[in-house]
Every structure is written in structure tokens, then in C-alpha cells.
Design a protein around this ligand. Structure first.
Ligand SMILES: Nc1ncnc2c1ncn2[C@@H]1O[C@H](COP(=O)(O)OP(=O)(O)OP(=O)(O)O)[C@@H](O)[C@H]1O
Length: 192
């Protein structure tokens, strides 16, 4: 486990595909700069999958068609590992993370992810759900895909209702409001 001496808040971001998790994380890390580390649970997952299957890891990280080609197979493969150790990918991602005051985890998808963070980091954990209308998600390139959009990785948190914050991200004014609310949550958590 990376040293958590300086760590004060872990912000978990969740949302359906193309709701804007990466977009919002990028804005936050830009604003928070040196005080913050961006963590993707899918980082070590994609690295391992790329190594095993001789794929391009860097391409798997980008928001283009490449990751979509392999998304379904990656879900099936990683679910096998989660069966024996549900927190496996969370643990590896945190072990590799640079210790900072704020960690932002941009791809929380399951209740087991939330449970893992809460049982390891307790009250430091704050949970944010990002919502975008299906029409907007479609404009951003989302197409319903069987085996992906009806899989646990996409739907497990649909009925979760213990969020610290729920924000919309349908347009630029939603986005600006949402960023403001997240920054307030971070400030309150650090001061409190
Ligand atoms: N508020 C916004 N204004 C303009 N473009 C946005 C906004 N939010 C997201 N986008 C764009 O929509 C696309 C999808 O956003 P993003 O990659 O952040 O979604 P995601 O939730 O991380 O998706 P996935 O789960 O597929 O990784 C990107 O091209 C991003 O630039």
C-alpha cells in the first residue's frame, strides 16, 4: 500500500459510459495540480490485459475506438480475477499511486470497488455520481452494446444511493456547476 501519511481525501467518481468521468477528472486534476493524484482502477487492469494479449497499452487508455474493441473481453477476463479477489484491481492501482493530499479515482464501477476503498480508507472516501442524459451520451459517441451496457461493470451502481454528491454533466453550465460542487466537497472534507 502506498504511504497515506499526507492523504486527506479520496474522491471516487462514478457514472455511466460517456457521462464525462474522464473529462471531469481532467478538469479537476488541472485545477488541483500538485496536490492531487489521478488514479484509474482500469490502469493496471489494462496494462495486464495488454501484456497478456500483446496489445498497445497506451491506446487502451485513450478515448477512441481501440478500447471499445476490447472492452467486452476485458470485462469478462477481469471478472474472473474479481471472483477470487474483488478488490484486486483497486489494490494494485492504489499501490502504484503517488501519495498526495487528494486522490481522484475516475472509474468506480461496482459496489465492491466502493467497499474496498471504504474498508481501507474509511471516512476519507467521498463518492460522486455523474449523470448525463442518454441523448447527450449518444452525441458523445455512446452506442448501446450488449455485454457491456447491460453488464455488472456498467449497471452495478445504478441502484446505489449513498452518494455524497450527484452532479449532472449534460452541458457546459452543468459542468461548471458540478466542478464547483466537487471543489466545495473537497474543501469541506479537508477542513472537517
Ligand atoms: N461537459 C462536457 N462538455 C463537452 N464535452 C464533454 C463534456 N463531458 C464529456 N465530454 C466529452 O464526451 C466524451 C466522453 O467523455 P468521457 O471520456 O469523459 O466519458 P467517460 O464517462 O469517462 O466515458 P467512458 O466510461 O467510456 O470512459 C469525451 O470526448 C469528452 O471530451
Amino acid at each position: 500500500m502506498a504511504s497515506i501519511k499526507d492523504l486527506q481525501i479520496i474522491l471516487l467518481l462514478s457514472g455511466k459510459r460517456k457521462s464525462g468521468k474522464d473529462y471531469i477528472s481532467a478538469k479537476l486534476t488541472g485545477l488541483l495540480n500538485d496536490t492531487c493524484t489521478l488514479i484509474r482502477i482500469s490502469g493496471p487492469l489494462k496494462k495486464k490485459y495488454a501484456d497478456i494479449n500483446n496489445l498497445n497499452y497506451e491506446e487502451l487508455l485513450t478515448d477512441n475506438g481501440y478500447k471499445e474493441t476490447y472492452r467486452k473481453q476485458m470485462i469478462i477476463w477481469s471478472d474472473e480475477i474479481r471472483k477470487t479477489d474483488p478488490g484486486y484491481f483497486c489494490k494494485v492501482a492504489c499501490e502504484e499511486a503517488i501519495p498526495k493530499k487528494i486522490w481522484i479515482v475516475s472509474d468506480i464501477r461496482r459496489k465492491t470497488d466502493i467497499n474496498w476503498f471504504q474498508s481501507n480508507y474509511g471516512k476519507m472516501v467521498k463518492k460522486v455520481r455523474i449523470i448525463a442524459d442518454d441523448d447527450v451520451r449518444k452525441q458523445r459517441g455512446w452506442k448501446f452494446t450488449k455485454g457491456v451496457d447491460d453488464a455488472e461493470s456498467e449497471c452495478d451502481l445504478d441502484d446505489y444511493n449513498d452518494w455524497d454528491l450527484i452532479i449532472s454533466n449534460n452541458n457546459s453550465s452543468d459542468f461548471e456547476n458540478g466542478i464547483g460542487k466537487i471543489l466545495t466537497l473537497i474543501n469541506e472534507s479537508i477542513q472537517g
